[in-house]
Design a protein around this ligand. Structure first.
Ligand SMILES: Nc1ncnc2c1ncn2[C@@H]1O[C@H](COP(=O)(O)OP(=O)(O)OP(=O)(O)O)[C@@H](O)[C@H]1O
Length: 635
């Protein structure tokens, strides 16, 4: 999709609003024609040349009326413009966010969160700007044609002599906007680097302090800030320079009119009113050229924005950005409060999907393109088929699962295994052997690689949407916690039912910790859960998983921050609660390995050996190393 098509699709999204906006602004830009003509009559009436019989006060009244009329029109124009712009921006942000949330959890955005925020904010604003200015260009062109026609009828030679040099000066200045565009792109880039760095710093305060890297981090931040300052300065200087050329060209034009009009007036071919009309229209003609230039600049910047926004789509078509979608601006039927509540809940279910890396989504309800008419389309209904018993896990088969990271080429290759209902399977192996990649590929948290996955013998086409509660729940190696209460971190928008939360806390061995917290479950745990210990954070993530009943539980190295006794309790309680739970657990700890029905030993992205711990102790050197290594650690 090229920039023009992008602009066109944005306009077409709300074509009626665009048309009304264009109409409003065309009238606004044409409006000065009238005061120009009244001004001419006013000055002509002073010298006795006026053909209208309104008198001076009549003409002043007309001028005031024209000014008031224009003010009203401008207010209407701003209202139509804001409505149109808002919808365009919302559509872009909505579609972008929806696309990001649908991406495999582990690779949802290809840039840092700060940079992604900068794309969401600045590049969408830039796109809005270009679409909005296209309206002005149309209105101003209409004004230029009508005023040009009037002026040429008064004095064609004068019109050409005055306006041609101005057109040339401004066009030359416009060419310089290529440079401005370059500076603007550089300043945008520098700004997104600064935003990205801020989010990285805030996200890693602890790591920075532990490494004593405060000074180095600040220096790095300062260098980004310096780059941004330089880029912004160039951008600003160039913008101001061009603006001054544009505004001074009016003075230049007035001077030219004065020079030429003097001679013509002496000869009686040119009235004072004609002079006033030329000067009056001059400002608007200059504005026309300036604004056309601005639009061209915005259009070029829109290309840069389109490129940057497409980057976030990670290979998907840019058409995703302008896909027709409802913005849910109107609440039907219910009162305003009820509507707000409803939106809030829907918001939470989206958040939940976004962290489906951690817990998976609830049933996903999407409004179809005809959403405006209220038809709803369900894309995922895991609850129903599990409740009907059709999706109760009997057996999960993984065949030839492979995934390679684009940049390093590392990952996993040709993995085969099966999980039986109620089994406890442990994936173990050396550091970097591919354990996390294996579970992420299985759960669709990484883009689809090779191989097949079958749930009760039925192939799973889209693991990302399939492996969600109540089919499967997952705890990542590094739990993602939010600056909210412990309760909200566990429930993530799910309604609190009977004893489920209490049971999940007990199963995750978290009940004692909750009792110690100042506000219990209502304690706010700080950004990324910094107010919790590593073990508490991991058990919170486990409780989050256990509060959603699932057929398959996947734990990625849950036990790394737990002591042996707590881990033991956790497994015991989990099986007390759900005897038939099927578990896939990444671990190198004996507590998990001794409990395992089946162990998969990974090495260099492949399965090196598998079997029970007794078998593997005899057969696998890697396994022995892990086993005795763990023993040494616990001594
Ligand atoms: N996002 C990524 N991009 C590129 N390469 C990656 C990425 N994540 C992991 N890798 C590489 O893939 C290989 C497997 O990594 P993975 O995280 O699956 O190992 P692991 O066995 O879970 O390690 P650990 O025990 O440290 O958690 C490693 O060589 C790692 O360097």
């Amino acid at each position: 999709m090229n920039t023009f098509q992008y602009l066109w699709r944005l306009i077409m999204y709300r074509r009626l609003r665009y048309f009304v906006n264009a109409l409003a602004w065309t009238v606004i830009y044409l409006a000065p024609i009238a005061p120009g003509l009244i001004t001419k009559q006013f000055f002509d009436s002073l010298t006795g040349h006026s053909s209208l019989g309104y008198g001076v006060w009549g003409l002043i009244a007309l001028l005031i009326a024209a000014a008031l009329g224009r003010i009203c029109l401008i207010i209407i124009g701003f209202i139509t413009d804001v409505h149109f712009r808002f919808r365009m921006g919302m559509l872009l942000r909505r579609n972008l966010l929806e696309h990001v949330l649908k991406q495999p959890g582990a690779q949802a955005i290809p840039v840092s969160p700060g940079e992604a925020i900068s794309h969401f904010r600045d590049d969408v604003d830039q796109s809005e700007e270009a679409a909005s200015w296209s309206v002005d260009v149309f209105g101003l062109t209409c004004f230029a044609i009508v005023s040009g026609f009037i002026l040429i009828r008064i004095d064609a030679q004068m019109t050409l002599l005055v306006f041609l040099p101005i057109v040339l000066v401004i066009t030359a200045a416009q060419l310089a906007t290529v440079r401005l565009q370059k500076y603007r792109a550089a300043s945008r880039e520098a700004t997104s680097k600064v935003t990205g760095e801020i989010s990285e710093m805030f996200g890693n305060v602890q790591a920075i302090q532990v490494a004593g890297a405060e000074k180095r981090v600040i220096e790095r931040f300062r260098s980004f800030g310096d780059n941004r300052r330089k880029a912004m300065l160039k951008d600003r200087l160039m913008s101001e320079l061009l603006d001054s050329v544009f505004s001074n060209s009016v003075n230049l034009g007035t001077g030219l009119i004065l020079l030429l009009a003097g001679t013509k007036m002496r000869a009686g071919d040119f009235t004072v009113g004609d002079f006033a009309l030329f000067v009056y229209y001059l400002t608007f003609v200059t504005q026309f050229i300036t604004n056309v230039g601005k639009f061209i600049t915005y259009f070029k910047q829109m290309s840069v924005s389109l490129e940057r926004l497409t980057l976030l789509l990670q290979g998907a078509s840019a058409k995703v950005l302008t896909m027709v979608n409802s913005l849910h601006l109107k609440q039907k039927g219910k009162g305003r409060e009820a509507g707000r509540k409803e939106t809030g809940e829907r918001g939470l279910s989206v958040v939940e999907q976004s962290v489906s890396g951690a817990v998976g989504g609830m049933s996903r309800v999407e409004e179809s393109e005809s959403g405006a008419k209220g038809s709803m389309r369900r894309t995922e209904q895991p609850t129903n088929d599990v409740q009907r018993g059709e999706a109760a896990l009997r057996r999960l088969d993984v065949n030839g699962l492979s995934y390679a990271y684009g940049d390093t080429g590392r990952g996993i290759s040709d993995i085969h295994f099966s999980l039986q209902r109620g089994s406890f399977t442990v994936v173990t192996g050396t550091i970097g052997s591919g354990k996390t990649t294996l579970v992420r590929s299985l759960l669709g948290l990484l883009p689809k690689g090779e191989g097949t996955i079958a749930w009760n013998g039925v192939p799973v086409e889209d693991p990302g949407t399939f492996f969600t509660p109540p089919r499967s729940a997952y705890t990542a190696q590094v739990p993602r916690l939010y600056s909210d209460t412990l309760r909200n971190n566990i429930l993530l928008g799910q309604a609190e039912q009977n004893d489920t939360l209490r049971e999940a806390l007990h199963a995750a061995v978290l009940e004692y910790d909750v009792a110690q917290l100042p506000d219990g479950l209502d304690t706010v745990i700080g950004p990324r859960g910094v107010k919790l210990s590593g073990g508490q954070a991991q058990r919170t993530a486990a409780a989050r998983m256990l509060v959603r009943d699932a057929e398959l539980y996947v734990f990625d190295d849950l036990s790394s921050a737990l002591d042996v006794e707590t881990e033991q309790k956790l497994w015991e309680r989990m099986f007390q609660r759900r005897r038939d739970a099927t578990c896939l657990v990444v671990s190198h700890r004996k507590t998990a390995l001794t409990r395992a029905d089946h162990i998969i030993v990974m090495k260099d992205g492949r399965v090196e050996a598998e079997g029970t711990s007794e078998e593997l102790l005899k057969r696998s050197a890697t396994f022995r190393e892990l086993w005795y290594g763990d023993e040494r650690k616990s001594e």
